[in-house]
Design a protein around this ligand. Structure first.
Ligand SMILES: [Zn+2]
Length: 271
């Protein structure tokens, strides 16, 4: 979610209001209300036909505007595509036959609106946007990797999950986000805590759930425009050198795919 240099400009434009600072909201009371309203109901009370439960896995960014660059100079888009394919395989193997990947082409700004249109044409029950995290440019440090000047930040790590209050299925989105966060936690993974901190400045977000690692990000285009439940998932950091290696490993990708699949099983039952 942190494209550098030229692409960051495009994404800022694309999200237009995406980076609006929400710091002035009365957070704790508001967060408590949200937590109460969207408490995850008991599972298994409603039937779930996995074979008909349509899911879109939206691969973040495009080949042309590939998002962040990892500490070892791999494009975020490549990480997103690899993980999304693995999640797709796992979901299909689990009976979610109507799972599809959404790979969008083109420049950053038009691609956001294109993908929102594609998602709304899909009649999916849920769209899950797959991303990998980095840091704002001011936090980057220099190092050399395989003889090439590169950038990293080992300061932060972890996954994070974003939902938009402007999504028309906000409560449903939050329910899935919570299930996903709790499954990630069950896998022993921790969420990225920096987004709620004042030093994040305009990138600071409201933490909606401190157990599951869910932040509010109202103006993300796909979440805002999707007519179904929509969640953006930063699966882990690729600018942190250790976590980048973990994110590249089949073991970590399997853990994350299992978390998404288990969350989906329970989310499907809630419908
Ligand atoms: Zn991204």
């Amino acid at each position: 979610m942190w494209p550098r240099s030229r692409t960051i400009v495009a994404v800022i434009l694309a999200s237009s209001l995406a980076w609006i600072d929400l710091c002035s909201v009365a957070w704790p009371r508001e967060a408590a209300k949200v937590a109460q309203k969207s408490r995850v109901p008991r599972k298994g009370t409603v039937g779930c036909d996995r074979s008909k439960f349509r899911i879109v896995l939206d691969v973040g960014h495009t080949a042309e505007a590939p998002g962040a660059m990892s500490a070892r100079n791999v494009r975020e888009f490549d990480f997103n595509l690899g993980l999304a394919k693995r999640i797709e395989e796992k979901l299909k193997a689990d009976g979610f036959a109507e799972t599809s990947l959404l790979v969008t082409e083109g420049k950053a700004k038009p691609s956001l609106f294109k993908r929102a249109t594609a998602v709304n044409d899909s009649s999916a029950k849920l769209v899950l946007s797959i991303h990998h995290d980095a840091v704002p440019e001011s936090f980057l440090e220099e190092w050399e990797f395989e003889g090439r000047k590169s950038h990293f930040s080992d300061r932060f790590s972890g996954y994070s999950i974003f939902v938009s209050r402007e999504n028309r299925k906000f409560v449903s989105s939050l329910n899935f986000a919570r299930l996903l966060g709790l499954k990630m936690k069950k896998q022993g993974l921790q969420f990225a805590r920096q987004y709620s901190q004042p030093f994040m400045g305009r990138y600071r977000r409201k933490l909606l759930d401190k157990n599951a690692g869910i932040y509010q990000f109202d103006h993300l285009v796909v979440l805002q425009r999707a007519r179904m439940a929509a969640v953006l998932f930063e699966a882990g950091s690729i600018i942190n050198r250790d976590e980048e290696l973990a994110m590249s490993s089949p073991e970590r990708q399997d853990m994350i795919s299992a978390a998404v699949t288990e969350a989906m099983q329970e989310f499907c039952k809630l419908r």
